[in-house]
Structure formats: C-alpha cells, structure tokens
Design a protein around this ligand. Structure first.
Ligand code: SF4
Length: 268
C-alpha cells in the first residue's frame, strides 16, 4: 500500500461513507466487476454528486460482458459448443444482448443460476438445443432474470458511464469498447482525471494459458502449471482466482475426471 490507507468495503456506499466521515482525506473507490456491480457504483457517484461530497472519487475498472464473449467467439482456435450465460450479469442486462451469439455464430446460450441444480438444468438445456439442432438464447434462471433485464439499473449505468475505446483483459488482450469510464460531466468524481494514474500494465505470466482455457482450446488440467505452481492458494491466472473460475472449479471438483481422462488417453 506504500503508506496509503487501503480498506475493503462491502459496497461502494461504504466507501462514500468513509469519505463523508473523513472530509480532510481523499477517498478513491477502486471499482471492479461486470454490469452486476457497476450499477451500485453508479448510484454511489450520483449520491456523491447530490450530497456534494468533494473528497470522493472512483477509479472505474468496470467491464462489460458482450465484447469479451465476441472476442472469444472470434478466436480462430475456439472450441466451445455453447455458453452458460452469466446469471448475475443477466439480472441487469437481460437476455437480449446475447442474441447475436446464435444469430451470427450459431452457438446456443442458456442463462444459468448458481445452485447445482441450476447448472445441471442449464447444461441439459444446452445439450437439448445441440441434439435437436436448435440454436437460441434460453433462460434457466427465470426466477431472477427477465428478458429486458433491469431497466432502471441500465438507465443509471447509461447516465453515469460511457464506453472506453479499449481495455486490456488478462488472457484475452485488448478488447475494444469492453469497459466503462465515468462520463465527462462527472469528471469531478473520476480518479483518473483528478490524479495522475500511470498506465501500468501487468503482463500475463508466461506460463499462464487462461486465454486457451476460456476459448475451450485446452482443459484446465492441460495447462503446464495447473495444480502445481497454480492453485487456488497460489493462483497465477484469473481462471484460478475466483472459485467460479474454470481452473479453480476443475481443481476443486474435477481432478477425478482429469485422472480418468488422462489414464484413458494413455491407454488409447
Ligand atoms: S489459471 Fe492457472 S492453471 Fe488455469 S490456465 Fe491460468 S495459469 Fe493455467
């Protein structure tokens, strides 16, 4: 932290409260996440403006779901047959943004919830589409996701954010218009404009094959460092960081299948 006071907060509003309670200090909220978390950052910025909080800024690293999906679909080494759509993001953006996937790329999408039965049912729905030669966007997570998403959240996002021309993703490189920055009229709350933020780039570790995992080109256990140098306790790539990441899931639950697959491969 190099002497800075860095705190974890459960919500952007908690960061705003820290700013209000410490008017002599500058508070920067480091904002990350897809469309799931961006609306709460947007609400916080609007509240900061309404309450004229002058010592609060946001360093927006929010990203959007469709451009990376498109980047993955455009990869020449793509080996995916369909997508489980992200449940939380879809509660905000709805189902419509995914229509290009079946229409242009001829791949099915099923938005899935997070319980084990949700995932199983969504996989079954995907497999049925493939078996029956259908290709469309379906919604397994109907108890939370609506076709049109959350119009109020989308409205607030549009009011506060605009697209960045480019953003660099780990494992996928630069993707156009894939991230959000604060609109010009909210410049007072934009940490990148209030402070000089060096454009620090952190290269992916050489051993990392997250890009290939994301595209389905390799299974997680085919990465050279899977389960050795790269584990959930010592993650090297993004796919091992979150418990929802493909590599972490394979590490925690898929090792038996890997052993079976490896031994089958060895005897074939
Ligand atoms: S997260 Fe780790 S194991 Fe998975 S591809 Fe990246 S480096 Fe390899």
């Amino acid at each position: 932290a190099r002497g800075a006071d860095v705190r974890f907060v459960y919500s952007p509003l908690d960061a705003l409260r820290v700013a209000v309670e410490n008017p002599a200090r500058e508070v920067v909220f480091f904002a990350v996440g897809f469309e799931t978390t961006a609306p709460s950052t947007a609400v916080t910025v609007l509240r900061a403006r309404a309450e004229a909080v002058s010592n609060f800024t946001v360093f927006s690293n929010h990203v959007t779901i469709v451009p990376p999906m498109k980047a993955i679909l455009d990869s020449p080494d793509l080996r995916l047959d369909g997508f489980l759509g992200p449940g939380h993001v879809s509660t905000v953006v709805g189902q419509r943004p995914y229509r290009f996937v079946p229409e242009i790329y001829r791949k099915p999408v099923v938005t899935a919830g997070f319980e084990p039965l949700d995932i199983l049912q969504a996989i079954e729905m995907l497999l049925l589409q493939i078996r029956e030669g259908r290709c469309c966007v379906e919604n397994q997570y109907t108890r939370c996701v609506r076709e049109e998403g959350n119009p109020r959240a989308l409205e607030i996002l549009a009011e506060v954010f605009e697209l960045r021309p480019h953003f660099e993703w780990r494992g996928l490189g630069f993707i156009s218009e894939s991230a959000l920055k604060l609109r010009g009229e909210l410049a007072h709350f934009d940490a990148e404009l209030r402070y000089s933020v060096p454009g620090v780039r952190v290269a992916d570790p050489k051993a990392c094959q997250c890009g290939e995992v994301l595209k389905g080109a390799i299974k997680p256990w085919e990465c050279k460092v899977f389960g050795t140098a790269c584990t959930p306790e010592t993650p090297i790539g993004t796919c091992m960081v979150s418990s929802e990441g493909a590599c972490a899931a394979y590490y925690n639950f898929g090792r038996l299948h890997r052993d079976v697959a490896v031994s089958m491969g060895a005897t074939n």
